[in-house]
Design a protein. Structure first.
Length: 208
């Protein structure tokens, strides 16, 4: 427009016709049958190479603790204790979130135990639980997304979103279905409010 190529903004009408969504989209989660299939997929498999074992352990950790992508990428070896009684993951304080200790779901313990044993034999620098290279560099968000997406496809699950957040939502919903109260679940998720739990609780109420 400034140099006379257009007399008007060609995107102007699109902007005028567009509308911001009035409500957040419904949270995406794994249905109970898909959750069960992914839990089975995340068990140790004979013949897995280190990368395959690591990928199963990554998915199991997210599905069994509800941590965020950042928390999973930066988890340290000393914070993951699958051999403790009970097994747990300690998530250090970061941002507005306090330090919290999350019990590991029972299905996640075998693969995480095996990964911790294998991890000690690998020539990887640093103390991250998961890394992509021997240099010990953290897994990137893009690589993490690809790992989770591949796991979903392996169990024949497809949705508009196929990211670690779906695992976090599934963890939250599983606990709510088991009768845990929203305050307790929100605390395990590291949340200051119950808004996320309330949105996911609404998906349960809608099916009653």
């Amino acid at each position: 427009m400034a140099i006379g190529v257009h007399k008007s903004n060609p995107a102007g009408q699109l902007v005028r016709d567009g509308h911001w969504p009035k409500a957040k989209p419904d949270p995406i989660y794994l249905p109970k049958d898909a959750d069960a299939r992914l839990q089975a997929w995340g068990q140790p498999h004979a013949g897995d190479d280190p990368a395959a074992l690591r990928n199963r352990a990554i998915v199991a950790l997210f599905l069994g603790t509800g941590i965020t992508a950042l928390e999973g990428r930066t988890a340290r070896r000393e914070d993951l204790q699958p051999d403790a009684a009970p097994p747990y993951l300690r998530v250090p304080a970061h941002g507005a979130r306090d330090t919290r200790t999350i019990p590991l779901a029972a299905f996640a313990v075998p693969i995480l135990t095996e990964w911790c044993v294998r991890r000690r034999t690998l020539p990887v620098v640093g103390d991250l639980v998961f890394s992509l290279q021997a240099s010990g560099e953290p897994i990137t968000d893009m690589s993490l997304g690809k790992i989770v997406r591949a796991a979903f496809l392996a169990i024949d699950f497809e949705a508009q979103e196929m990211s670690p957040r779906v695992l976090r939502n599934t963890y939250c919903r599983r606990l709510l279905l088991a009768g845990r109260n929203r305050d307790e679940v929100s605390k395990l998720l590291g949340l200051a409010s119950t808004r996320t739990c309330d949105r996911i609780r609404a998906t349960i109420d809608a099916q009653l």
